[in-house]
Design a protein around this ligand. Structure first.
Ligand code: CO8
Length: 257
């Protein structure tokens, strides 16, 4: 596929995906969703890729869904556009590899929803966060009404959703919306360092733990425990990653994955 909006560079197992429509603050249109769905499928079948990092080009991460594309939609088309984005952002959680949002600037509306679909979020100290949909007479449509409260708790989520307040990176860190904040000049290097750290771990273990956490969070604890025990077991035995990792520890050498 010819990508116009997504630029992907793969180095040392890290796929760095840059969303690039800077003139429109990287606003999300149908073309973006088509490209992202295609890219997710492509990277999922590439064994060389161990971690995916998503960032934005210019001063925005993503300033939301493309308002110009949405304005003339009718009710059915609005719901369809919502389902399109929900499906794409849910696909990040279903990928077997970790997906990190590297939030360089504005993460508003659909942009914050994109980031929340990722496994975790790293922010530049100049990034800004908000769900400004009520300013437009809308509500979030890419699972923002669902994921925000799961990440921050009800009070902070409802505050952000109801006021459309735009908060900075330190506040986002405080409420659990992002996991790390770095100064702009080192932000991308530090993000890639974290991606490389994850890529250096047992790749099967990383995949199994993502699956156990991502699926487990949807289950009652007792079902989640069964899922964990099943996945834990798959890492044991001759030729399995756990055998190599534990043997390497006992033999005081580096594991070979
Ligand atoms: N959609 C389309 N174009 C946009 C968007 C957007 N979300 N955001 C910015 N742009 C465009 C501007 O229109 C402008 O274009 P032009 O140069 O042609 O006038 C260009 O990007 C630059 O923007 P600004 O001049 O406004 O730049 P500033 O630095 O002054 O401001 C802001 C930056 C604060 C990011 C500002 O652009 C802004 O407030 N943008 C809109 C933010 C917003 O409301 N986002 C939420 C959108 S709704 C949404 O995401 C709902 C998701 C769920 C949808 C469900 C499907 C139905």
């Amino acid at each position: 596929m010819e990508y116009e909006i997504l630029n992907t560079e793969i180095n040392n197992g890290i796929a760095l995906v840059t969303i690039s429509r800077p003139k429109a603050m990287n606003a999300l249109n149908t073309k973006f969703f088509n490209e992202m769905d295609h890219l997710v499928a492509e990277l999922s079948s590439n064994d060389q890729v161990k971690v995916m990092v998503i960032t934005g080009d210019g001063k925005a991460f993503v300033a939301g869904a493309d308002i110009a594309e949405m304005v003339n939609k009718n009710s059915a088309e609005g719901s369809e556009f919502s389902r399109l984005g929900q499906k794409t952002f849910s696909s990040f959680g279903k990928m077997s590899i970790p997906v990190i949002a590297a939030i360089n600037g504005f993460a508003l509306g659909g942009g914050l929803e994109l980031a929340m679909g990722c496994d975790f979020r790293i922010a530049s100290s100049k990034a800004k966060f908000g769900q400004p949909e009520v300013n437009l007479g809308l509500i979030p449509g890419y699972a923002g009404t669902q994921r925000l409260s799961r990440l921050t708790g009800l009070g902070d989520a409802l505050y952000l959703l109801m006021t459309a307040d735009m908060i900075g990176a330190e506040d986002a860190l405080r409420i659990g919306l992002v996991q790390k904040v770095f100064e702009p000049d080192v932000f991308m290097d530090e993000t890639i360092k974290i991606a490389k750290l994850i890529a250096s771990k047992g790749p099967q273990a990383i995949k199994k733990l993502k699956l156990a956490v991502r699926e487990g969070v949807e289950m009652p604890l007792s079902d989640g425990e069964k899922l964990e025990a099943r996945e834990f077991g798959t890492l044991f035995g001759e030729g399995k990653e756990g055998k190599e990792g534990m043997s390497a520890f006992l033999e005081k050498r580096k594991p070979e994955w």
